[in-house]
Design a protein around this ligand. Structure first.
Ligand code: C2E
Ligand code: MG
Ligand code: MG
Length: 689
């Protein structure tokens, strides 16, 4: 049986830790080889030298206090972390565990100390602490496992992505996340790389707690100690499924129309550009179509926007159904669609497709069990004949579409050069029209309105004329529609109102009581004006400037402009009536011609349209309708004016049914201001014809 001393000595020598025996003045009595290795000195270089010599100075002072405590018996054991300095001058963070050893007299004489180098361990723990802090707030999932792969740490993002709480994950193996989508070989390669290079990076399918597989970008690093042994693994991963989803979504939204899912303008333009390149190489043709729904705004206004949306979706589906996979249909505006036909032989094939589209679109749509109908106007341009760029082709298809609208909608047209010229001309007219007022090219004509009972002039309608750049006089029908489209009409109407009021004021001022003072002036108000929020004020301002009382002014509005903005129009017209203006319903008989809604409108004059008057002589039905209009209007206290009276027969009939006033070539054409003034002052009195 070996002696206790020998056993202790052997333990001392082979301990994994550094072992030393020191006197209480810190001189080294015994050192084992591990300790020598730590400091890099030979045994004989160490013995009999104080430990303080191998200790960082500040730490040595601290240590000495502890040794003193042992010496005076206040302490039997102590632990301290201090910095030893090795042979190369490097600091070794060391954990010392000291026990006092009593001598024969029972007094403390020596300390046996185990010395553990914790430099690396401390570094690793520090790293983990800092890392843990960073990982707390990271959007990437983080798992730290020990060498055996047992999960030691997970961060909140890990829980977010995998669905496993820290309690559920800690102590488990990360293979709880295995999706089963990878082969054994995949994992072998992963481990191979981890073992040889200390890291692995790649994409991997894992499975979250709720069973959903997700793709993640994963980076695993092994943490090693100084001896190169793996102590931990950290895995950092981000959920690619989500990133891909959002990236995909953003890309999708950038190139698609959200409502219909069709490509949008930019994707469409891209596709046409590519198609042009292909067609150019192969000497092929392309068809480019521009489609616009007819009166879509009415559907939207009459029903609701959701009905409109549904219809647009329906149209999109039908368009796709009419085309081959290689063709593209895009929505590029509210109710505007463009279509690219690849590899067509030209007009023949394009017109077959266009016909198919027209038929398909005109099938009924269902909304809340109501059947809705819509038609479309479509223009076609062919590459290369009608343009070599996507811009030109689309513009020309658009021009052709407008031509289809002009021809009464619900049809398709191929682009022709003459259409282009028309557009160019239109542009020219628009440019000139913009300058017309400044250049003083507009002037007013007045057409008398005659009282049927007395034969006297009781009013006049102001009609605008344009003497364009020294050319012939342009009549309103040629420029009013364009002026309305461009909004220029607002300026023209305001000018006309001012002019007409000033003129009438002059007549009233200079004329005699009996004839001139009773003359009203009628001015046309465009539909566009009802879109402006301060129509009432702008009319009032202009009229105030002339000093003419509103009761001598008739504002002629058309049915269509009222219908278009019914609620607002009624409010505005009521206000104008309150102020004292007369409101006249112009062109009655051309639009809805509904007598029932007349009662709802604050109008006091109704003008039967010329087209109706023309019909009077030949059509008995028209005669009965005219009769009904007059008697009903009178019931409602509305004065009736017949316009466009050219024939004596018409006049006679109108007189017979009690029409109040007439206006037409039979009496007088529109006259220049001076001629009109002379006519009124001549006290003309028309007799029966
Ligand atoms: P409207 O308000 O219905 O005006 C009557 C139109 O019928 C005038 O044409 C007038 O010259 C024409 N006319 C009158 N009697 C006869 C007739 O016996 N036979 C025929 N065939 N025609 C007759 P005009 O001056 O060419 O005006 C056309 C339209 O242009 C007007 O129709 C009106 O809607 C619009 N307009 C004219 N001046 C203005 C204006 O200053 N502002 C706005 N917004 N519109 C205007
Ligand atoms: Mg009128
Ligand atoms: Mg009229």
């Amino acid at each position: 049986m070996p002696s206790a001393e020998n056993i202790l000595l052997a333990t001392f020598r082979c301990s994994r830790h550094g072992m030393i025996l020191v006197r209480l003045d810190q001189r080294l009595v015994q050192v084992n080889s591990k300790f020598c290795g730590l400091l890099g000195y030979q045994e004989n270089e160490l013995l009999e030298r104080p430990l303080a010599e191998f200790t960082y100075p500040e730490d040595a002072i601290l240590a000495q206090k502890l040794f003193d405590n042992v010496a005076n018996g206040r302490m039997k054991r102590f632990e301290i972390v201090l910095r030893l300095v090795n042979e190369r001058g490097e600091n070794l963070l060391s954990h010392l565990t000291a026990h006092s050893v009593l001598d024969a007299s029972g007094k403390p004489g020596l300390c046996a100390i185990a010395v553990e180098d914790i430099t690396e361990k401390d570094k690793a723990e520090d790293k983990l602490r800092i890392a843990a802090k960073i990982y707390e707030s990271s959007e990437e999932g983080v798992v730290v496992t020990d060498r055996e792969g047992i999960i030691q740490f997970v961060n909140p993002a890990f829980t977010m992505i995998t669905g496993y709480s820290p309690e559920e994950a800690l102590g488990k193996n990360p293979n709880i996340l295995k999706s089963g989508r990878h082969t054994q070989e995949f994992y072998e390669l992963m481990w191979g790389s981890l073992n040889t290079e200390g890291k692995w990076e790649g994409e991997i399918w894992n499975r979250s707690k709720n069973g959903e597989a997700y793709l993640e970008r994963l980076r695993i690093t092994s943490i090693r100690d100084a001896a190169g042994r793996t102590t931990h693994y950290t895995a950092i991963f981000s959920d690619l499924t989500q990133i891909r989803d959002t990236e995909e979504k953003i890309r999708y939204q950038a190139y698609h129309d959200i409502l219909t899912g069709l490509p949008n303008r930019s994707l469409y333009f891209d596709r046409v550009r590519q198609a042009i390149t292909r067609a150019q190489r192969g000497g092929k043709k392309l068809g480019v179509m521009f489609l616009d729904l007819d009166d879509f705004k009415k559907i939207n206004d009459r029903l609701s926007h959701s009905a409109g949306d549904l219809m647009l979706q329906g149209v999109a589906t039908r368009l796709v159904g009419c085309l081959r996979d290689t063709d593209t249909v895009a929505r590029i505006g509210g109710d505007e669609f463009t279509i690219l036909l690849e590899d067509v032989d030209g007009e023949k094939q394009s017109s077959v497709v266009a016909g198919k589209i027209m038929r398909s679109i005109s099938e009924p749509y269902f909304y809340n069990s109501e059947e809705l109908f819509v038609s479309a106007s479509l223009g076609i341009a062919i590459y290369p004949a009608d343009g070599a760029s996507v811009e030109d082709l689309t513009k020309n298809a658009d021009i052709a579409m407008y031509h289809a609208k002009d021809l009464g909608k619900n049809n398709f047209q191929f682009f022709t050069e003459s259409m282009n010229q028309k557009v160019v001309k239109r542009l020219e007219v628009e440019t000139n029209l913009r300058k017309a007022l400044d250049k003083d090219e507009m002037f007013a004509c007045y057409q008398p309105k005659v009282d049927l009972k007395t034969g006297r002039i009781v009013g006049m309608e102001a009609l605008i004329r344009w003497r364009r750049d020294g050319l012939d006089i342009v009549l309103p029908n040629e420029f009013i529609p364009l002026a309305e489209e461009t909004g220029l009409i607002l300026g023209l109407d305001e000018w006309m109102l001012g002019k007409a009021c000033a003129f009438n004021r002059r007549i009233h001022d200079g004329g005699d009581e009996e004839f001139s003072v009773a003359v009203n002036v009628a001015v046309n108000v465009s539909a566009k004006a009802f879109e402006s929020p301060d129509l009432v004020k702008s009319i009032q301002d202009v009229v105030a400037l002339s000093g003419l009382s509103p009761r001598y002014i008739e504002l002629e509005v058309t049915e269509s402009s009222i219908i278009r903005n019914m609620d607002q129009a009624v409010t505005v017209l009521c206000r104008l009536r309150e102020i004292g203006f007369n409101i006249s319903m112009d062109d009655f008989g051309t639009g809805y011609s509904s007598l029932s809604y007349l009662a709802k409108l604050p109008i006091n004059i109704l003008k039967i349209d010329r087209s109706f008057i023309v019909d009077l002589v030949s059509n008995p039905k028209s005669r009965s309708i005219a009769k009904a209009i007059v008697s009903m209007s009178h019931e409602m206290d509305i004065k009736v004016v017949a316009e466009g009276v050219e024939k004596a027969e018409q006049l006679e009939y109108l007189r017979g049914i009690g029409c109040d006033e007439v206006q037409g070539y039979l009496f007088c054409r529109p006259l220049l201001e001076n001629d009109m003034e002379d006519l009124i002052k001549s006290r003309v009195q028309y007799q029966s014809h």
